[in-house]
Write a protein that binds this ligand. Structure first.
Ligand SMILES: Nc1ncnc2c1ncn2[C@@H]1O[C@H](COP(=O)(O)OP(=O)(O)OP(=O)(O)O)[C@@H](O)[C@H]1O
Length: 319
């Protein structure tokens, strides 16, 4: 379990993280979500003891990271896939990590197999694609077979097969009872990966809940109704407090009243319905709505790419 309590980090005049409190429980994949610059990496670094909080504290299974003697055996993390020695082979990189942390050498071949890099184990990391580097970073996180795992933007750079694989891996790790925290700036990446969400914007907590509860916050939920008497039904629904949009034909889009109540009202007034179709707000809509005014860089919210990183992204090199 990861517990973050009143965590704050200021860099001079910039408050990267402000009074953040949340809990990440074992047995779930928890998505750590926020627009670019929201403070995700800073938070993960503080949990791992790499950045010192200005205030507050973070613990892993009851103790600060620094007080975990078991190191990689207790907590595995992928922070920055680019942060590896390009001159080494994948196997040599992992062997050095294993030796430095007192882990058995056989774990190196096991994790290389697990992440699909066994065939390129002797190749220099310098020649690896971003997706291969992500796999190597995931291998390093898995090396100590730890009960707590953290991944910062692990899906960046993976091809569709890689994305499917990594989702399956995270779900399996959680099903084994581990604590799995995965950061992303894209809701679409979390939609099929996480079952719980911690959402932040400008360093502050926006939501900490299940995916379903988060989606229900979006105002995008609506019901489409088809009826031969649209004007009459619209008037009845307006009295009920609904917002009704008409397409000029037989269809109404209704928000503020759910489908069963619309059915009841139509029945009471003997208005015939040809269709009654609820449409849930998408997670993406809920995320956009809740974070729109908290994005550091507005362009990011639309493109998912920070303006200063767009050139890199276009060149295929974004993190
Ligand atoms: N070392 C630093 N010095 C000054 N400001 C920093 C430093 N590190 C981060 N920041 C600022 O803190 C804020 C949060 O950054 P952080 O990298 O934690 O966000 P993030 O949510 O991980 O974003 P991204 O998805 O872009 O990596 C940003 O405004 C960033 O510019």
């Amino acid at each position: 379990m990861i517990e973050v309590n009143g965590l704050t980090k200021r860099y001079g005049a910039v408050t990267a993280v402000h009074d953040l409190t949340f809990t990440v429980r074992p047995g779930h994949v928890t998505g750590f979500l926020g627009p670019n610059g929201a403070g995700k990496s800073t938070t993960l670094r503080m949990i791992l003891g790499l950045n010192r909080p200005t205030a507050g504290a973070a613990t892993i299974d009851g103790r600060p990271f620094a007080r975990h003697r078991a190191g990689l055996r207790h907590v595995g993390a992928l922070l920055d896939a680019a942060d590896v020695h390009g001159g080494r082979s994948a196997a040599a990189h992992l062997r050095a990590l294993a030796a430095g942390n007192g882990l058995p050498r056989r774990r190196v071949s096991e994790v290389l197999e697990e992440v699909g890099l066994a065939a390129v184990a002797r190749r220099r990391i310098g020649g690896f694609s971003l997706g291969m580097r992500q796999r190597l970073g995931i291998a390093a996180a898995l090396l100590g077979d730890p009960p707590v795992l953290m991944f910062d933007e692990p899906i960046n750079g993976l091809d569709p097969e890689g994305v499917r694989w990594v989702r399956g891996l995270f779900r399996r790790l959680a099903a084994e009872g581990r604590t799995v925290l995965v950061s992303s700036h894209l809701m679409s990446e979390m939609e099929n990966t996480a079952d719980r969400l911690v959402v932040i914007g400008r360093g502050e907590l926006i939501a900490e809940e299940s995916l379903a509860a988060f989606a229900a916050r979006g105002a995008g939920a609506s019901v489409t109704v088809r009826t031969p008497d649209p004007a009459e039904l619209a008037a009845v629904l307006a009295l009920e407090g609904a917002t009704v949009r008409t397409d000029g034909g037989d269809a109404l889009t209704v928000t503020g009243v759910d489908a069963s109540r619309i059915g009841e009202l139509a029945h009471q007034r003997r208005i015939m319905l040809h269709a009654l179709a609820p449409r849930a707000a998408s997670l993406e809509e809920a995320f956009m709505e809740l974070t729109a005014d908290r994005a550091d860089h507005q362009a990011d919210v639309r493109t998912g790419v920070r303006p200063d990183r767009r050139a890199e992204a276009l060149a295929g090199g974004a993190r």
